[in-house]
Design a binder for this molecule. Sequence first.
Ligand SMILES: Nc1nc2c(ncn2[C@@H]2O[C@H](COP(=O)(O)OP(=O)(O)OP(=O)(O)O)[C@@H](O)[C@H]2O)c(=O)[nH]1
Ligand SMILES: [Mg+2]
Length: 277
Amino acid sequence: MRTTWGAKTSPGGIILASWGQIDRIVSRSDVVLHILDARDPLNTFSEKLVKITERRGKRIIIVLNKCDLIPRSIAVDWRNYFEEKGYSTVYIAAARRMGTVKLRTTIKKTAPSLPAVVSVIGYPKVGKSTVINALKGRHSASTSPYPGSPGYTKTFQLYRVDKNILMIDTPGILPVEGDLVERIIRGYPPEKLEDPVNPAVLLIERVLRHNPQAFLHAYGIEAQEPLKILEEIAIMRGWFYKKTKEPLIEEAARAVIRDFHDGRIVYYVKPVEVQER
Ligand SMILES: Nc1nc2c(ncn2[C@@H]2O[C@H](COP(=O)(O)OP(=O)(O)OP(=O)(O)O)[C@@H](O)[C@H]2O)c(=O)[nH]1
Ligand SMILES: [Mg+2]
């Protein structure tokens, strides 16, 4: 089923869903899977989606995805954190098909009746389409590594996962309530960012707060100042302004944003750090 819907595009050209559309999708679902990036669950968690789901009397399952990028103990801590708040929670690594058995049984336990319509909702690039493919057992929903790169989800589409589960893939919702860094790095294709340096600097600062070794491991760079890190990446890759021969930090900033999406820059937040904030 392809639904026609009033498509909206961000200044970066990405098609985003609106809250009204999300509300309609939630109304049509029996269960909502809210997909979070396990590296930073709270910054990819939408209070607004939870409110919509509650208002519509629907059940929600929190899915912590990309758990291959974090230690298992942290995934368990985050699951406990969300379960203590009353959410049914599953941790998975959809790209590696890990945790899919548990997710499937949780969906079936949570659904008021079977077959169930399950919508998959979350910020851009958290892995919504990959979750559908992992449950379906083959690549059906198109996926892509970066915001706006070919294959990102542009429309709502229904997939039959098995005889009891129908899933609706959705485009990444615009995190209007979201944090500035997330909004920029998930909301725009890196090559379309007019100023990639400022968001990259904020991202680097955040990564370093949680993992001071992140850039040493990713690029062999020891520096701890964001601009110095960008300069060193540009020098390493041979990116210079033609005229001035200065390091082309804009290109390095885009590379950092892409490497963050790819999981090359290792960074994760622990639930205890959140509680201490
Ligand atoms: N390491 C890792 N990467 C993942 C995982 N799941 C998805 N990805 C990667 O994350 C990127 C985005 O995946 P998609 O499934 O396209 O994400 P999406 O949420 O559907 O993205 P939009 O449709 O643009 O909102 C791809 O490069 C996936 O390979 C995972 O479990 N682990
Ligand atoms: Mg998608």
